[in-house]
Design a protein around this ligand. Structure first.
Ligand SMILES: Cc1cc2nc3c(=O)[nH]c(=O)nc-3n(C[C@H](O)[C@H](O)[C@H](O)COP(=O)(O)OP(=O)(O)OC[C@H]3O[C@@H](n4cnc5c(N)ncnc54)[C@H](O)[C@@H]3O)c2cc1C
Length: 425
């Protein structure tokens, strides 16, 4: 097993890990050995989180050298695979075999395990976050033992285990629900008035299977709306309205975010894994040239929250690249921001100016405070840890789970301890 000293940084290059070594097990037995023999341990996935959630003062494990071991079971409509696997690797393999995932994030080089643990998500009124697809897991526990968990066998506790923030054990294998493969087509609309969006939120997000609205808050309108429509089996096109509450349908994407070649194709039907993500697979030009924050508010407060952010246009101006507004369906996962309520994600892609972003976040969070926002676990925020925990009704149960499964707090890092009010133990 390869063991290297660190100097490791996250994708955006503004977090340097404190861990003493990066260990790359090649077998589950080596994962067990590394966990059992360490006082403090965490896993790093693709390192795409914008904060120090993955860090530890002990050793960091990378599972990329583990066997992917993809195994499809059409009878249960599930796929199992090694937890070092990225969506980049999993999604095309699934599609080739005739299967699909219901939802994806905006990019694909992230590991499925890293996305699940932080409740990462795409957008869609009927779509839960990516963790809701998990129906089974294998984990190396703090004592080094390998345990299996499943939605069917473990019921409510399973809902506590999935969005774990990495605090419960090393996920070595995941099982996800799959469905027959399907096609989508995406269209882009320009200049949607924010006021219309605030008033007719459901109408806008009901336009497609997956809808994202992109404002920069510097104009009274959102610059673009991306509508991803799912095609019925055998269909190659779908009816597309030529206007959306004043926004006009464009023939081509105006590419305000990135160079056009990096976006997944618009106007042309294609398979789910090449349309649900915004960015193309294996993009060789992808670099960590941005920072990100995201806050979730209850869907029924979306209109008011949008107005509150809109009033901050000049404050955001020095550091905003673009925002993305998405919808996420309610779930039952204890530490999911969508626990028991439909939520709206207010995402902010910032220029790579850590000091500038840090200066803006308190004002942004204060403006959102009336809507009791919770931040994305893997992005930048400054909210007091106790304030976040207060919005999670199952926090006490999650603390108990941490204590039961990891009595010596081997997997608890600064982030987890602070986040759970500094009193996880
Ligand atoms: C350009 C960009 C676009 C993004 N787009 C989206 C988006 O569309 N939607 C969204 O919700 N988020 C998005 N994110 C955030 C991203 O999805 C999360 O930060 C995600 O956690 C990153 O996955 P990762 O593999 O890099 O995990 P890491 O950042 O490496 O780790 C995240 C957490 O998972 C834990 N972990 C990883 N693997 C394991 C394992 N096997 N066992 C136990 N714990 C584990 C780590 O310890 C850590 O706590 C984006 C990030 C970037 C950089």
């Amino acid at each position: 097993m390869d063991r290297a000293p660190l100097g490791l940084q996250n994708w955006s290059g503004h977090v340097t890990f404190n861990a003493s070594a990066l260990v790359r097990p090649t077998t589950i037995a080596e994962v067990q050995e590394a966990v059992a023999g360490s006082e403090a341990v965490r896993v790093v996935g693709a390192g795409h989180s914008f904060n120090d959630i993955a860090d530890t003062h002990g050793i960091l494990l990378s599972l990329t050298d583990l066997d992917d071991g993809v195994s499809l079971d059409p009878s249960t409509r599930t796929v199992s695979f090694g937890a070092g696997m990225t969506y980049d690797a999993l999604a095309p393999a699934l599609h080739r075999a005739g299967w699909a995932l219901p939802n994806m994030a905006s990019l694909t080089p992230i590991t499925v395990a890293g996305a699940v643990v932080t409740a990462s998500h795409g957008s869609g009124d009927t779509l839960g976050n990516l963790a809701t697809a998990v129906s089974g897991m294998e984990m190396v526990m703090a004592d080094g033992n390998l345990r299996s968990f499943s939605r069917a066998e473990d019921g409510d506790v399973f809902d506590g285990l999935v969005v774990s923030l990495g605090a419960l054990g090393v996920v070595t294998q995941l099982t996800l629900d799959v469905e027959p493969t399907y096609d989508l087509v995406q269209h882009v609309y320009a200049d949607l008035p924010i006021e219309s969006l605030a008033q007719e939120f459901d109408a806008v997000f009901g336009t497609g299977y997956s809808v994202s609205v992109f404002p920069t808050w510097q104009q009274p309108h959102a610059e673009t709306v991306w509508v991803k429509q799912r095609l019925a089996a055998g269909r190659t096109s779908t009816a597309v309205p030529s206007a959306l509450l004043g926004a006009r349908l464009l023939e081509q994407h105006p590419a305000p975010l990135r160079a056009e070649r990096q976006l997944t194709p618009f106007g042309v039907p294609g398979p789910w894994h090449e349309r649900l993500p915004h960015f193309r697979f294996h993009d060789p030009n992808a670099v960590g040239n941005e920072l990100q924050s995201e806050y979730y508010v209850s869907r029924d407060q979306a209109g008011q929250a949008l107005s509150a952010v809109m009033s901050l246009g000049p404050v955001l101006a020095p550091v905003i690249d673009v925002s993305e507004i998405r919808t996420i369906r309610a779930d039952q996962l204890w530490m999911s921001p969508a626990y028991a309520r439909d939520v709206v994600g207010l995402h902010f892609s910032w220029l790579r100016d850590a000091a500038g972003v840090a200066a803006v976040l308190p004002t942004l969070e204060a403006a959102l405070e009336p809507f009791e926002p919770v931040p994305h676990w893997g992005k930048l925020f400054v909210t007091e840890p106790g304030m976040i925990g207060r919005h999670y009704p199952r926090l006490a149960d999650f603390r108990s789970l941490c204590r039961d499964l990891d009595p010596d707090a081997k997997f608890t890092n600064r982030f987890v301890r602070d986040l759970l009010e500094g009193s996880v133990r």
